[in-house]
Design a protein around this ligand. Structure first.
Ligand SMILES: [Ca+2]
Length: 358
């Protein structure tokens, strides 16, 4: 009796183990929606925005709760049209798409058809959208969604930071309720619009300074990542082997960017906006350093530069008569994880696999 009972228990355990193993195998590739990271993508579409958007929509780790549009690469109106067409192409009209700011906080808008094509999407004409625009104002929608899912929303801005700054200014109570901010923008090693500044920050430096100083967990995915992760013919060839509306669209965008880079003698196109989405999917793709970042809003040559304090300290200079005397150093608190390096090949392979639907 004793033996048979023990055999029975052990068979039961083996059966349980088998069931759990089978369940684990069957469920492994599927990430339940509740476990996926809820993100709001704030975007100025934009060719690399298109890559970022499709990467986000094709990644089970992410649950895109809204897309808010900001002027930058193109005007607000064109960006909204591009966003709705892309979301329609992806058959995701369930995601709210909202218009936001119509211009930067203080600066005049600078659009970038020069880099992104006349329509912002490499001159590719997508079919008219089946999706409707959400009537809410983008920053209001951001505020509403954060309050609806406290501590659970990750903001992923991949354009100028106007909408995010407007949301913070209107309702600062969202700051401690945001899970984190993972933004594409900035650089601590030189710019891409001029010697000092990266385009997203340059387009609205005052907004960027508000976002960096807000006090929430913030990861800066800047030029140190995008410039290292070049989309080359190698990856284009892989994408070209598969078919489907999204793949053909992304292939055409990527080909336009690779060809454009070639005219400047570059071997590939920097993957700027998708890099922030990739970090939201898998933060182990990048190496970061915590530092205090300020945005230069007035410099003659450095307006829009993200100034990272690598030592997180400043000298304390005290006025003695007609001069200052250094009396010590004061610590400054880090406000950003700044990405310094990326596993470029792993990022690009992830991108291509997701666009292929793998
Ligand atoms: Ca962008």
């Amino acid at each position: 009796m004793k033996i048979s009972a023990s055999v029975g228990v052990s068979s039961f355990r083996r059966f349980n183990v088998l069931i759990f193993t089978l369940a684990a195998i069957l469920l492994a590739p599927v990430i339940p929606a509740s476990a996926a990271k809820k993100i709001i993508l704030d975007t100025d579409p934009g060719t690399d925005d298109a890559l970022a958007l499709m990467l986000a929509l094709n990644s089970p780790e992410l649950d895109v709760r809204a897309i808010t549009v900001v002027p930058g690469n193109v005007t607000a109106a064109m960006g909204l049209d591009n966003a709705t067409r892309m979301v329609s192409l992806a058959n995701r009209c369930d995601i709210p798409i909202a218009a936001g700011a119509q211009h930067p906080l203080f600066q005049k808008l600078i659009t970038a058809e020069f880099w992104h094509g006349k329509n912002g999407l490499a001159n590719i004409e997508l079919p008219a959208s089946k999706c409707k625009v959400d009537g809410r104002f983008g920053p209001d929608l951001i505020i509403e969604l954060i309050h609806a899912s406290p501590h659970d929303i990750t903001l992923v801005p991949v354009g100028p930071l106007t909408n995010i700054a407007l949301a913070v200014e209107k309702d600062p109570s969202i700051v401690p309720l945001v899970k984190e901010v993972i933004l594409m923008g900035g650089s601590i090693s030189g710019g891409n619009v001029n010697a000092a500044s990266e385009a997203n920050i340059y387009n609205d430096p005052e907004a960027a300074q508000i976002v960096f100083q807000a006090g929430w967990p913030l990861t800066m995915v800047g030029l140190e990542v995008g410039n290292k992760a070049l989309f080359t013919h190698k990856y284009l060839d892989v994408l070209g082997r598969t078919h489907g509306p999204i793949i053909v669209f992304i292939f055409s965008i990527a080909k336009y960017l690779v060809d454009l880079s070639a005219t400047f003698g570059a071997p590939g196109s920097p993957m700027y906006d998708p890099s922030a989405v990739a970090v939201a999917i898998d933060s182990t793709l990048v190496k970061t350093q915590e530092m205090h970042v300020d945005v230069e809003t007035r410099g003659e040559f450095t307006q829009g530069e993200t100034v990272g304090n690598r030592q997180n300290m400043v000298e304390r200079n005290v006025l003695h008569g007609d001069r200052y005397v250094i009396e010590g150093v004061d610590k400054v608190k880090a406000n950003a994880k700044v990405c310094l390096d990326v596993d470029a090949d792993r990022f690009l392979q992830l991108f291509v696999a997701r666009i292929e639907g793998k």
